[in-house]
Design a protein. Structure first.
Length: 403
């Protein structure tokens, strides 16, 4: 690598003076944990994606777990999860004691299709299926219209794992589109606010819904199953003073919950980032379009991962499929050569059905589409602070490593 050239990671946060000032102000305020910034951020996030409610939590994993809790998943239940995803999608259901039926995915997109969903339904046999969790891999949406139709026919709920897809638009039928997170085709949608995602709170997650009962459930379970709402108190003799006023120190635990709270200063960062999110999205789309054009001549040795027709995504990752056998190099060698040229890459993901925990739990499962996608996948640099010249440099590095 030329010492004058910067290293380009596969993804990174975009933080500026506005973000620093917002966090600094929050750190000097009265609340560091759950304070007024959390509610403001949740309201702004819900408005941005077009949902009635948003619940912020301390990670995308927590966001997924809260969604599973809101649906009442419990031991004896089962859910369908595409194998090509991060661990958290499946783990969230396991946290509730539910079983996971892994679905195969399209070998070239890595995403769940109606056909693979239907195959998983058949393979589930007599399992007590409750939900399906389609994953919007890389930011490209799964085929939500077809998945929702099949889920409704089978009486299943839908949780969108939209951790990669904040800011995207999806086809919603009748020539309409809806923001990812509006829950137009799902019961709940879950987002990650990790630093490499479309925007960040440092670490964090958000779950959106249009159902007030689900919203209240997630609020309760986010903080130990605890409430300070006098209207909900059950032990009246302990809760209230002789004058009828609620004792100011009093709280009740109504369920076994978790500490999934997010801090006020993280939400202050989120408020600031959310204001810039339209700019981040626009720039990601510009960079992705430039990649599409510059990478086209490298086919078929390098292929672009296709999107879902009718959608307008905001990509979290720019993924390519490399025919490593054709170029005579292992993926590890190819990535090392790119790193030497100052280009960072990553692989997303090892199929979850191949993880030792799940193989021990359910035995060996044959999902050739997921394995084929994984064998060829590579995530290359994509983040808003990149220049057009950076994209050209990445593509030139890929060209050199193909030689």
């Amino acid at each position: 690598m030329d010492n004058n050239q910067k290293f380009l990671p596969y993804g990174r946060q975009s933080i500026d003076a506005d973000d620093l000032a917002s966090v600094s102000t929050a750190l000097q305020a009265d609340y560091l944990t759950t304070g007024p910034a959390v509610g403001r951020f949740e309201q702004a996030f819900a408005e941005f994606v077009g949902a009635r409610y948003a619940v912020a939590s301390n990670s995308g994993t927590a966001a997924l777990h809260l969604a599973c809790i809101a649906l009442g998943l419990e031991p004896g239940d089962a859910v369908i999860v595409p194998s090509l995803t991060f661990l958290a999608t499946a783990n969230a259901a396991r946290f509730c004691g539910a079983d996971v039926v892994f679905a195969d995915v399209d070998a070239d997109s890595g995403r769940l299709t109606a056909e693979h969903f239907d195959a998983a339904l058949k393979r589930a046999g007599s399992a007590r299926l409750k939900a399906v969790l389609p994953v919007h891999l890389n930011g490209h949406c799964a085929d939500m219209m077809a998945i929702r139709t099949l889920a409704e026919a089978k009486g299943l709920k839908v949780i969108e794992d939209a951790c990669h897809a904040l800011g995207g638009m999806q086809h919603a039928g009748n020539n309409s589109v809806a923001s990812v997170g509006a829950c137009a085709l799902s019961d709940l949608a879950c987002f990650s606010l990790h630093p490499v995602k479309t925007m960040t709170t440092g670490e964090g997650g958000v779950t959106t819904t249009n159902d007030e009962k689900q919203y209240r459930q997630m609020q309760l379970y986010r903080s130990h199953g605890m409430t300070r709402d006098p209207a909900a108190f059950q032990h009246k003799d302990l809760a209230f003073a002789p004058d009828g006023q609620a004792n100011p120190w009093y709280y009740e635990m109504h369920a076994l919950g978790w500490n999934y709270r997010i801090t006020d200063f993280a939400c202050a960062l989120g408020e600031s980032q959310l204001k810039k999110l339209p700019r981040f999205i626009a720039r990601r789309r510009e960079l992705a379009a430039l990649y599409d054009r510059l990478l086209a001549p490298l086919a078929p040795r390098i292929k672009i991962v296709p999107g879902q027709p009718g959608d307008h995504p905001a990509l979290h990752l720019y993924a390519v499929l490399v025919d490593f056998a054709a170029i005579g190099k292992s993926r590890a060698q190819f990535m090392a050569e790119l790193k030497a040229l100052g280009i960072g890459t990553m692989v997303h993901y090892l199929p979850v059905h191949q993880q030792p925990y799940y193989r021990q739990l359910y035995g060996k499962t044959e999902l050739p589409g997921a394995d084929s996608y994984y064998a060829r996948q590579l995530s290359i640099p994509l983040y808003p602070d990149m220049t057009d010249g950076d994209v050209a440099r990445v593509v030139e590095a890929l060209r050199r490593c193909l030689a």
